[in-house]
Design a protein around this ligand. Sequence first.
Ligand SMILES: [Zn+2]
Length: 342
Amino acid sequence: MLKESSSLEYPFQTKPEFGKLIEVSDGIFWLRMPIPFSLDHINLWVLKDGDGWALIDTGFYSEESVALWENVLAGHCHGAKITKIIVTHFHPDHVGMAGWLTNKTGAPLHMSKGEFEMLHIACQPFTEEQIITRGGFYQQFGLADETVNKLLSRKGSYADGVPNAPLSYQCMVDGESIDINGESWQFNNFAGHSPEHVCLFNEQRNILISGDQVLPSISPNISVSYAAPVSDPLAHYLSSLRALSTFPADAVVLPSHGRVFKGLRDRTKVLMSGHQADLEKLQVFCQTPRTGRDVMEELFGDRLNLFNIFLAVGEALAHLNCLVGQDKVVRIDAPVIQYQTK
Ligand SMILES: [Zn+2]
């Protein structure tokens, strides 16, 4: 077995080329597709389901993804029925091709309620009022007017990657399960990275499809948005990691980015301690009152491109709101909000 880090095992030495599949367990296939972000790829899962196939996650919408799916459906799946399309969460690399796939195959879409609703909110263009609210959010964070204006007019919207969102779905409720090929996959719905992200666990096989909730080499983006500026997604994320740390330590984890791995408990510990270290660092940093922008630059430096500023604003606020929630830092309301350690 190849080991990339001290605690994780990677059972597969090779990863599939885009559009090709590797069988990771009997009837469970790993498919990779390109995405136009720095992550560059997403892992999708194609599962034998009776005479047909169940699909888990769908890829970012593009002509290339359409061509790759055409090949997979006709080639690997031999044109057989697609029984279900399961989407872990609303981010465009996961749900982007769901509309194309449901239209093409007639298969039902399965999502959690929180993710299906967020999908349809995210597809809407911003109204004038939303643009004003977003501008105010970035100004209170402490960004310069020029950066705020650039963020507000940033090209590339959610709907580019999700041009035709499905209009109906079947709801995946936390704790319930779905049958795939006579086996039960339990839904474990978690907040933090997105509103109600679904991880699927097959106890019989000891396999966890973790989506973005746990990744082998990076922490998923944990972000506060303009629409919920005092929310505490990091507390929710940390509590999901505590829940996932109780799953079998030797479960095989199928993540949405990176490689199939074993070592779930160690991975959850590393992710928790990384966030904890950032929280402790900020508690010291905020002994002098600091703006959100100060904190963002402390965590991520001051040479970020526009897309990374967008992510880093959300991450910095997630850590600050967590400290406020833990009663360790106070938020001082002003035109530019400041944060000070108690
Ligand atoms: Zn995601």
